[in-house]
Design a protein. Structure first.
Length: 169
């Protein structure tokens, strides 16, 4: 097994681009440029259908994050020689925008997969939106390349479980 594919599915990375392409097509249609407007429709559909994922080449010790439409994949391979460990970190960021009537906020939660090496800076490989996908990628890489894993997410879950057990007593 040379390559392992971990698809994330449609992550809507190009949702805004697709919406503006539809709006641009509507404007072109309104101004009687219907041929250009008709070209915008398949482009917008293509942008809405883009999938993403992670591909790991076990033999060459490299990995990539890709964007895929149909069978066409775009994404550069990252050489992982020299890295001696994997770190899985949970990140939660919140942005608040004050509004006149209320405050609106956006919270982004990611599971960051980082590579560590002695003498090398930490390398952020990918920010996963779900823990099972991140854990699957970590497990595949650690087993194939014999790398130690530091899973901060699992550590925090164990600590939270221990605190909850203490409160119940």
């Amino acid at each position: 097994m040379a390559n392992v594919d971990i698809p994330e599915g449609r992550t809507n990375d190009f949702l805004v681009h697709g919406v503006f392409t539809v709006i641009g097509g509507a404007v072109l249609f309104y101004f009687d440029h219907w041929i250009l407007a008709l070209l915008c429709l398949p482009l917008a559909v293509a942008l809405f259908l883009v999938r993403s994922g992670v591909e790991i080449d076990l033999e060459r010790r490299e990995a990539r994050v890709y964007k895929e439409f149909g069978r066409f994949r775009i994404g550069g391979w990252i050489q992982l020689e020299g890295y001696t460990g994997i770190l899985l970190r949970y990140t939660s960021e919140q942005w608040e925008r004050p509004m006149p009537a209320a405050t609106t906020g956006v919270r982004v939660r990611t599971y960051d997969l980082l590579f560590q090496g002695s003498g090398l800076p930490e390398k952020l490989f990918h920010e996963f939106s779900t823990y099972p996908l991140a854990r699957k990628a970590v497990d595949v890489m650690s087993k194939a390349w014999d790398l130690p894993v530091q899973d901060e997410v699992a550590e925090k879950r164990r600590e939270a479980g221990a605190r909850a057990a203490q409160r119940r007593r």
